[in-house]
Ligand binder design. Structure first.
Ligand code: SF4
Ligand code: SF4
Length: 345
């Protein structure tokens, strides 16, 4: 078993790539898993769908082979799948009736989509990850969202043979009953996991909500190691890939709050994280275990394969790995000098 991710967590330089709970475009998932595992990430967080998990594993297999060819070390990152305990924008898909689009519309929805999910025919559900950028630009207000919630019992049966390492649950204040229902429904599948991550935005009543979740986890039948490997993911600005330092601050502000609550486990940044996050966290002496990057990281890579279906040339792949590796190295280096992050447990 690869224990590198455990060490990264305990040494405060955990790096997670978020592919997105709704992002199901398999060729892109495979390419991103290939690039970022070669870049040295600890974990890849993806959609709770066996086909998507298999695409991640295909990316890993290619990476392992390439690493051997290149004569370099390679560690298989952990695979984390994401679920929600209620309605959540991470689990939605945009759609619009393309027949109603006037021929004269300049189609501002197409270029605004970061994953090329929109064309004249409508929205590709496999590519859309629910970021919401397209909705406000439609002059006719045609774009709407469909939200999905999976059945946990069915899902745990489907995911059991997939070799998933970790689970993330997206939660909101007020969804306590939904969280308990999901947790109970996942049953024994949870006991085989190495890590549980709880992801949440900043909302009034958050302390009480997280306390209740923490108690539920600690009283559960999870193995001790999984109970102590809980990540509290501070989702500063959910699904924001914007590059400004001000965007990165929301997650840092939330992390400061959560760290002061002394919950058992690790605290990790997400939501609005970008090239400024590690430096800002270090300047604030934040005792975080690491950082997760979503749309910022995906955009960095997708510049090297503009056509998501076509894959990459060897030279594009080498450049993509180099760029991804620079973000991983920067994040790990900045976090390396942080304080001990494991609070309680
Ligand atoms: S802009 Fe965002 S919500 Fe709209 S189609 Fe693209 S990924 Fe989906
Ligand atoms: S902006 Fe609205 S009306 Fe125009 S193509 Fe997109 S969905 Fe259709």
């Amino acid at each position: 078993m690869n224990t590198q991710p455990y060490r990264s967590l305990e040494r405060n330089h955990w790096f997670k790539l978020i592919l997105g709970a709704s992002f199901q475009h398999l060729p892109a998932v495979e390419s991103l898993a290939l690039i970022w595992s070669l870049a040295g990430v600890d974990c890849v967080d993806t959609c709770a769908d066996p086909a998507v998990v298999q695409a991640v594993e295909r990316g890993f297999s290619q990476a392992q082979q390439l690493a051997m060819d290149w004569g370099r070390e390679w560690h298989r990152p952990w695979v984390m799948v994401s679920l929600n305990d209620g309605e959540d924008p991470h689990f939605r898909k945009a759609y619009f009736p393309s027949a109603l689009c006037p021929p004269t519309c300049p189609r501002p929805c197409i270029p605004v989509c970061p994953v090329q999910a929109i064309d004249r025919a409508g929205v590709s559900a496999a590519r859309c990850y629910g970021c919401g950028r397209c909705q406000p630009v439609c002059p006719l207000g045609l774009i709407e969202f469909a939200t999905t919630q999976a059945d946990p019992v069915q899902l745990s049966e489907l995911l059991a043979p997939c070799g998933v390492d970790a689970l993330e649950i997206h939660t909101h204040v007020g969804n306590g009953a939904g969280f308990t229902r999901l947790w109970t429904g996942l049953g024994d599948w949870l006991t085989g996991l190495k890590l549980i991550s709880i992801s949440f935005p900043d909302e009034p009543g958050l302390w009480e909500h997280l306390q209740a979740i923490s108690q539920l986890i600690q009283q559960s039948t999870l193995p001790v190691r999984a109970k102590t490997h809980i990540i509290w993911q501070t989702d500063g600005i959910p699904m924001s890939g914007d590059q400004g330092a001000s965007r990165a601050k929301a997650s840092i502000y939330l992390a400061k709050k959560v760290l002061s609550w002394d919950l058992p486990g690790f605290v990790q940044l997400a939501g609005g994280t970008n090239q400024h996050s590690a430096t800002l966290a270090r300047a604030e002496h934040l005792a975080i275990a690491g950082i997760a990057y979503g749309s910022y990281a995906r955009k960095l890579s997708q510049e090297f394969f503009t056509d998501l279906d076509a894959g990459m040339t060897p030279s594009q792949l080498a450049q993509a790995v180099q760029t991804a590796g620079a973000l991983v190295a920067h994040t790990k280096e900045e976090q390396h000098n942080g304080q001990c992050s494991h609070v309680g447990g």
